[in-house]
Design a protein. Structure first.
Length: 722
C-alpha cells in the first residue's frame, strides 16, 4: 500500500488517522464494498462510517488524478528541455490541479498567435531588452525595421514587442494566482436582463436577476444555478466585475517598478493588455466554472440527503392498501395490494368532470364496494393531476364506511417513469401504464425503499436544480445513497426483487437475477449458506452480501439478524455464556441477561473486537429490526382542507416533501405545498435547513400568509403566539 498516498489523504482529511486510511485503502483494493467495510470491519477501520470511507475514496481519486497530471506535465516540459530543478519542485509541490495548469501554461502547445508571429520575425530579443529596460532600446527598434519581415516601421516593431510581453504576462502562474485570489475576494457577479429578451420571461422567473449584483465569495449555490439557467435560457447576461485599479498596480509594480521612459511605456501598456485580453477573461471563466462546480456538488449533496430520507421513511406494515392514481378524462385507476404488497384487484372509476353525470354519480358506490370487497384499510392517493379533487372524493366516501379507513397523500414523482419501464412491464404485462402506477403508489407507503429503488432516482424529484448539474456525477451520488439505504435496512432474501437485490453489497445485476431464478426454481431459502449454491455467486460476493440478506422463519434464527455468519460462533458462545439459546433471540430475557455486560472483557474471551461484539449483542436482542421503524410514520388523514379554509395563524401538521437551501416545502393537505423559509424554521439563526427537518418528517406549522391567486402558501415553524 502506498503510505505516501495515505499521508496525502490525511492532509485532506486530518480527522482520520493515517493507519485508518491505510486499512481502508487496502480493503477497497481487495474488492470490499463501502457498506461491508463500514458494517463488518469496524476493528480494522477504528469505526469509520460510510461517509468517511467514501471521503477517503474521493480524496484518493483526486490525489491520484493530480499526481498523474503532474507526471505528464513534468515529462512534457522536460522533453522541451525547459525543466529546471526549480520548475520541477514547483510542479511537485502543487496541491490542486489549477496550480499545475498555471505552471504548464507557458509550455503548452499553442495555436499560432500574434506573439509567436512576432517571435518568428525576430522580435524576442527586443522584447527581452524592453523587459530589462535597456537604454538603447530605441536604436535596437530602429535597426529592427525590415519591410521584408512585415516590419515596415517602428510602430510595427512596438506592436510585435507588445504582443510578446502581453502573452508572457498572460502565461505567468504568479500573476494568475494573485489575480484569481483578488477576484475571488473582491469580485462581484453581475447580471442584467439581456437586451431584446424582455418578453422571453413571461412568468417573471428571473425577475430578481434583471439588475443584480452579489459578491463572488458570498453567492449561495442555488443562486449560482438559477443565474446559470437564466443565462442558458437567453434571458440574462452575466459577468464578473472587479475593481481593476489594484490589479493594474500589482502588475505594473511587478513588471515596471520605478522605471520610466520608452521601455517602461511599452511594458506598461503590454502588461495591462495582457490582463485585459488573457488573464481577466480566463480568471472569469475559471471562477464561474468553480462556482458552478461547487453549486452542483452542493445540489447533488442536497438531493442525496433528501433521497436518503425519502427511502428511509417508515413503512406501513401489515395493511391492505389501495393505490389511487387520480385523473380527470381517463378516470381514476385503483389497485389493491395485500399486506405483503402482492397485487389483488384493480378497477377504474370516473368521479370527476369531464366524465358524464351518470358515471360521476356511480363512482362513489363503486368505490365503496371495491373497498369492502378487498377489505382495504388504507388508501394511498397520488399527488399529481386531480389529486385534491380525488382527496375530497375519498374523504367524503370513507365517512360512509363502517370500518375505519384512512388515506395518505403520496408523492407520486417517478411513478409514471416506473410504470412505462421494462421492470413494470415484466411484472404486470397486461396492465395499462396507469394501472401499474396505481400499484406503485400503493406499495410506496407499504415499503418505500423496495418500491422506489425501481425508479431512476433523478425522476423522484426531491432536490433542487437536479437537471442543471452533471448527470453522471448526480447518478453516481444517488447510486451511493440507494446502496447505503438498502444495506442499512437489509432485505428479505425470500421476497426481494432483483431491483432491490442489485443494490446489496457485492451483488451485480446478474447475481441478483440468479438469486431470484434459484429461489423460483428450488423454493425459499432456509439457510444463508444456501446462497453459495446460486450460480456465479462466488466466495467474495457471498462474504460481501450475506450479512445484509435476511431469512425470516428459516432454520437458523441468526439468519434474521444483521450478524455476519463469520460471527455466528461468537454469537453462539455469547448466548451459551449467559445460559441463553438460539430460540431466545428477541425475547426480553436476552436483554435482561446481557444488560450491563463488560464488552471489553467479554470481547477478549470470545476473540472478537469490541465493536463487533456490540453489534452481535444488538443483533441477538432485536432480530429482524428495521431502522426505518424509528422514522416518522406517514400522516394519516380522514378529512380534507382547501386553500379557502386556511387562515393566518392556523396551526396544522404537515409532511416535509422537499428540503432546499432556502427552506422546506410542506404538504399540509391542500393542493399546493407551503414554503417554510429558512428564516421561519427556528427562533434562532440556522444556516442549513436539513439540520432542522428532513424529507418525510411530520412537522407542526402555522399559516403565515396565503396568496390564492398565485397559489402560494407561506408557513412558519415558529409558534406566532410565543
Amino acid at each position: 500500500m502506498d503510505t505516501m498516498l495515505a499521508e496525502k489523504i490525511h492532509r485532506d482529511l486530518p480527522k482520520i488517522r493515517v493507519n485508518q486510511i491505510n486499512e481502508t485503502l487496502k480493503m477497497l483494493d481487495e474488492g470490499d464494498t463501502v457498506p461491508f467495510i463500514a458494517r463488518y470491519r469496524k476493528e480494522r477501520t477504528a469505526n469509520l462510517d460510510e461517509v468517511q470511507i467514501r471521503d477517503i475514496q474521493t480524496s484518493a481519486h483526486r490525489i491520484q488524478t493530480l499526481d498523474k497530471r503532474k507526471a505528464e506535465v513534468i515529462k512534457i516540459v522536460d522533453e522541451q528541455n525547459q525543466l529546471t530543478p526549480g520548475r520541477q519542485k514547483q510542479l511537485e509541490a502543487a496541491t490542486v490541479l489549477q496550480q499545475v495548469e498555471d505552471l504548464y501554461l507557458p509550455y503548452k502547445q499553442k495555436r499560432r498567435t500574434k506573439a509567436t508571429i512576432a517571435k518568428e520575425k525576430g522580435l524576442l530579443p527586443l522584447a527581452k531588452a524592453a523587459l530589462s529596460f535597456q537604454e538603447n532600446l530605441a536604436d535596437m527598434m530602429t535597426a529592427a525595421v525590415d519591410p521584408d519581415k512585415e516590419l515596415p516601421d517602428k510602430q510595427a516593431v512596438i506592436d510585435g514587442i507588445h504582443e510578446i510581453i502581453a502573452e508572457e504576462v498572460g502565461d505567468s502562474a504568479k500573476f494568475r494566482e494573485w489575480i484569481r485570489r483578488n477576484t475571488q475576494q473582491y469580485g462581484e457577479i453581475e447580471t442584467k436582463l439581456k437586451r431584446g429578451h424582455q418578453d422571453d420571461d413571461e412568468a417573471g422567473t428571473y425577475q430578481q436577476y434583471y439588475d443584480f449584483k452579489q459578491p463572488v465569495k458570498t453567492i449561495p449555490s442555488y443562486r449560482t444555478l438559477a443565474i446559470n439557467r437564466g443565462e442558458k435560457d437567453h434571458i440574462l447576461s452575466v459577468k464578473i466585475t472587479v475593481n481593476e485599479t489594484p490589479i493594474n498596480w500589482f502588475l505594473t509594480s511587478n513588471m515596471v517598478g520605478k522605471h520610466t521612459g520608452l521601455a517602461a511605456d511599452i511594458v506598461s501598456a503590454a502588461v495591462l493588455d495582457g490582463y485585459q485580453r488573457f488573464i481577466g477573461p480566463a480568471i472569469e471563466r475559471e471562477i464561474r466554472k468553480d462556482l458552478t462546480e461547487k453549486a452542483a456538488n452542493h445540489a447533488i449533496e442536497v438531493f442525496g440527503k433528501n433521497l436518503y430520507n425519502l427511502l428511509m421513511q417508515a413503512p406501513l406494515k401489515g395493511r391492505v392498501v389501495m393505490g389511487f392514481d387520480p385523473a380527470y378524462r381517463t378516470g381514476c385507476k385503483l389497485a389493491v395490494v395485500d399486506k405483503n404488497g402482492k397485487f389483488l384487484d384493480k378497477t377504474v372509476i370516473y368521479p370527476h368532470k369531464p366524465a358524464s353525470a351518470e358515471k360521476r354519480a356511480a363512482a362513489e358506490g363503486l368505490f365503496i364496494d371495491f373497498i369492502n370487497k378487498n377489505h382495504v384499510e388504507m388508501i394511498a392517493i397520488g399527488n399529481g393531476t386531480a389529486s385534491r379533487e380525488s382527496e375530497q372524493f375519498v374523504a367524503a366516501a370513507i365517512k360512509k364506511i363502517k370500518t375505519p379507513v384512512f388515506y395518505v397523500i403520496v408523492n407520486e414523482a417517478g411513478a409514471s417513469v416506473y410504470s412505462a419501464s421494462q421492470v413494470a412491464r415484466d411484472e404486470f404485462p397486461d396492465f395499462s401504464v396507469e394501472q401499474r402506477s396505481a400499484v406503485s403508489i400503493a406499495r410506496r407507503i407499504q415499503d418505500p425503499l423496495s418500491e422506489l429503488v425501481k425508479i431512476d432516482p433523478q425522476a423522484i424529484g426531491v432536490g433542487q436544480y437536479q437537471h442543471d448539474v452533471p448527470q453522471k456525477q448526480l447518478g453516481e451520488k444517488l447510486d451511493q445513497v440507494v446502496e447505503t439505504a438498502v444495506n442499512q435496512v437489509g432485505v428479505n432474501l425470500n421476497t426481494a426483487s432483483p431491483d432491490l437485490l442489485v443494490h446489496i453489497s457485492g451483488l451485480t445485476k446478474a447475481t441478483a437475477n440468479n438469486i431470484v431464478k434459484f429461489r423460483n426454481k428450488t423454493g425459499q431459502f432456509l439457510d444463508r449458506q444456501d446462497l453459495k449454491k446460486v450460480p456465479r455467486l462466488g466466495p467474495k460476493a457471498f462474504e460481501q452480501a450475506v450479512g445484509f440478506l435476511r431469512i425470516i422463519d428459516g432454520d437458523n434464527p441468526l439468519d434474521n439478524t444483521d450478524i455476519h455468519p463469520e460471527s455466528y460462533p461468537a454469537a453462539t458462545q455469547l448466548l451459551t455464556t449467559y445460559q441463553l439459546t438460539i430460540e431466545d433471540l428477541g425475547q426480553p430475557v436476552v436483554t435482561q441477561k446481557l444488560a450491563g455486560i463488560d464488552l471489553d472483557d467479554l470481547s477478549k474471551r470470545l476473540g472478537v473486537g469490541t465493536a463487533t461484539l456490540k453489534d452481535i449483542v444488538k443483533g441477538v436482542e432485536t432480530p429482524g429490526r428495521d431502522l426505518r421503524d424509528d422514522m416518522p410514520a406517514p400522516l394519516l388523514k380522514k378529512d380534507v382542507l382547501t386553500m379557502a379554509d386556511l387562515k393566518v395563524g392556523m396551526k396544522l401538521q404537515g409532511t416535509v416533501r422537499n428540503v432546499v437551501d432556502f427552506g422546506v416545502f410542506v404538504d399540509i393537505g391542500v393542493k399546493q405545498d407551503g414554503l417554510v423559509h429558512i428564516s421561519k424554521m427556528s427562533d434562532h439563526f440556522i444556516k442549513d435547513p436539513s439540520k432542522v427537518a428532513a424529507v418525510g418528517d411530520i412537522v407542526t406549522v402555522w399559516i403565515a400568509a396565503v396568496d390564492v391567486d398565485r397559489h402560494r402558501i407561506q408557513l412558519t415553524m415558529v409558534d406566532p403566539t410565543k
